[in-house]
Design a binder for this molecule. Structure first.
Ligand code: BJW
Length: 242
């Protein structure tokens, strides 16, 4: 039925793995000011504070208690069994899609497990939490690595590839994202414009101004496996699945 699928994931897909979202109750933005920890200006003012913010999240991700959930796993099944084109675009910087086994994946807001040279933009895998001792090997003098994440005011990663996939997809699914951060929040408009079917999976009710044609309300770990069954069985997605 479908030939080209783009899936956008947000913090909600990792929530059931124990990682906090940003804007929900108890979300990360309740304890941190966005302008302090998610802007280049905040990093320039106080890099240690920003390093600590990401180190806490790095330690949780690598602490042994966090694992992919049924939502991530279902997307791996889709990748293995779907005959057409698939691209998973994640706004998440965790590596739970990779740990589950996804390959056709693009981290548009960066990766928690990497540091980046601010001069050459080369990335380096981080085997331990951040600190001033993490420097690049590409420049002389060596540069202090910064978190490989996209902050407000910075250009997201892979936009050309994403744009091409959106222009040609016939199904666009957004999972566990509040749709408040651009350009990701505008992907649904692009997909609609090109005639794709657009589906949203979220724990909460659809927004009154939602641009999605279908809204599936519930936990990602519950809805996504059923959505994948539906796609793989060749059926068109409807409001009511499973
Ligand atoms: C569940 C669930 C469960 C819970 N099951 N669901 C004015 C107007 C328009 C735009 C702008 C503007 N002023 C500035 C801008 C641009 C700005 C922007 O969008 N600002 C808005 C705040 C207005 N954007 C940028 O600056 C971006 N760059 C940019 O625009 O470059 C220029 C450009 C120009 C032209 C074209 C293209 C580009 C960069 C944005 C960078 C965002 N970075 C962050 C931090 C990354 C590192 C980190 O992780 O710390 O990315 S911010 C943060 O928000 C993070 C996330 O990826 C992102 C999105 O959050 P997400 O994933 O949606 O999480 P939540 O918490 O918001 O939502 C969770 C959802 O899950 C909720 O809906 C729950 O209900 C649901 N949920 N449990 C299913 N179990």
């Amino acid at each position: 039925m479908y030939r080209q699928i783009v899936i956008l994931t947000g913090a909600g897909i990792s929530a059931e793995s124990g990682l906090r979202t940003f804007r929900d109750q108890d979300g990360l933005w309740e304890e941190h000011k966005i302008e302090d920890v998610a802007t280049p200006e905040g990093y320039a003012r106080d890099p240690e504070l920003v390093d600590r913010f990401y180190n806490t999240r790095w330690s949780q991700l690598h602490g042994g208690d966090v694992e992919p959930n049924q939502g991530h796993n279902a997307l791996v099944r889709l990748e293995r069994e779907f005959d057409g084109e698939l691209l998973i675009v994640t706004q998440n910087i965790d590596d739970l899609h990779e740990r589950a086994g996804s390959h056709r994946l693009l981290h548009m807001h960066g990766e928690l497990s990497k540091g980046r040279c601010p001069r050459s933009r080369q990335t380096f895998l981080l085997k331990d939490p951040f600190g001033p001792e993490h420097t690049c090997t590409c420049c002389i003098p060596a540069q202090r690595l910064r978190p490989h994440v996209v902050w407000f005011g910075e250009m997201p990663i892979g936009l050309d590839r994403i744009q091409h996939a959106l222009d040609t997809c016939d199904l666009f699914i957004a999972i566990g994202t509040s749709g408040t951060v651009y350009p990701a929040a505008g992907f649904v408009d692009t997909a609609n414009h090109h005639g794709a079917q657009t589906v949203e999976v979220n724990l909460v009710e659809a927004d009154r101004h939602s641009q999605f044609q279908y809204h599936l309300q519930g936990k990602a770990s519950d809805i996504v496996p059923r959505l994948v069954d539906q796609i793989l069985s060749g059926n068109v997605i409807k409001d009511n699945i499973g």
